[in-house]
Write a protein that binds this ligand. Structure first.
Ligand code: 5RP
Length: 265
């Protein structure tokens, strides 16, 4: 691996081999998502605990101080919306030249395997990889399911993740699922887990993140279950402990409760 690519990968995946990416890119198709209406307010308290931030160029420029930024994974796909015809109908929205100008650590793009736009989204990924490799910029592929959340099983996610890796993604972002080892074993590049819509309890999040880490994930790219939580800083600190210190779900829950009540350990 050339120096620039290796350096960028090291900015993303920490020296322990693990990572906590904080995505705040949801507005690119959802508009002002709950608790992300003012991205700067959401982001600022969480930034110290994130290893990298997944974000569009518009929110990066408007809401992140360039002097205090974390490594950036720039969301470069889009062109569809929640109220449009098909969320899978995405194109590349941001050039590699712009990514370089913004000094990003990686770029991220969604692929929509099994949809009417499968081919377009996969060819977009392949093109982005060609451009990224030319300049030493890793591509993170997002195995997107749009509104079809029920697609998130090991059979589908292992298929989509493997295809993304075959096309040259350096990191694959997918969802946790039962039998998650099938996804990680079949994917020859690092896998990070997204959270999806907010779940009912913090413990559910700690449980699936812990399980996924035991089964080969290198970390998370987890948004709503952090910043839509009532105590987002407590949540991200507890998740950091699972990811970087191998804390169990029970220990993570204790950290969350302690941070929440202000009695820091
Ligand atoms: C949205 C994304 C998000 O980055 C991804 O879904 C992770 O966020 P969450 O944990 O909220 O699902 O790709 O477009």
């Amino acid at each position: 691996m050339e120096w620039g690519m290796a350096n960028r990968m090291a900015q993303l995946i920490q020296s322990d081999g693990h990572c906590l990416f904080l995505p705040v890119d949801h507005g690119y198709f959802q508009g002002p998502t709950r608790k992300l209406e003012e991205p700067r307010k959401t982001l600022e308290p969480l930034l110290p605990y994130a290893d990298a931030v997944f974000i569009t160029r518009g929110v990066l420029r408007s809401s992140v101080d360039p002097g205090k930024a974390k490594p950036i994974i720039l969301r470069v796909s889009g062109g569809a919306s929640m109220v449009g015809k098909d969320l899978a109908n995405e194109g590349i929205t941001t050039s590699m030249e712009e990514a370089i100008r913004l000094n990003v650590a990686a770029v991220g793009i969604s692929v929509f395997v099994g949809t009417d736009y499968e081919k377009e989204s996969l060819l977009n990924l392949a093109k982005l990889v060609d451009d990224g490799e030319r300049y030493g910029i890793p591509v993170m592929a997002v195995t997107a399911v749009g509104k079809e959340l029920e697609k998130r099983d090991a059979r589908y996610l292992s298929l989509a993740s493997r295809i993304a890796a075959e096309l040259g993604a350096r990191v694959v972002k997918t969802y946790w699922c039962e039998n998650f080892e099938k996804v990680t074993k079949g994917c020859p590049v690092p896998v990070v887990m997204a959270g999806g819509p907010k779940v009912d309890t913090q413990r559910q999040v700690f449980d699936f993140v812990y399980d996924g880490m035991q089964k080969g994930a290198v970390g998370v790219n987890l948004g709503r279950n952090i910043w839509q939580d009532e105590y987002p800083v407590a949540m991200i600190k507890a998740l950091r402990a699972v990811i970087h210190n191998n804390a169990t779900p029970k220990e993570a829950e204790e950290i969350y409760n302690s941070e929440k009540s202000g009695k820091k350990k």
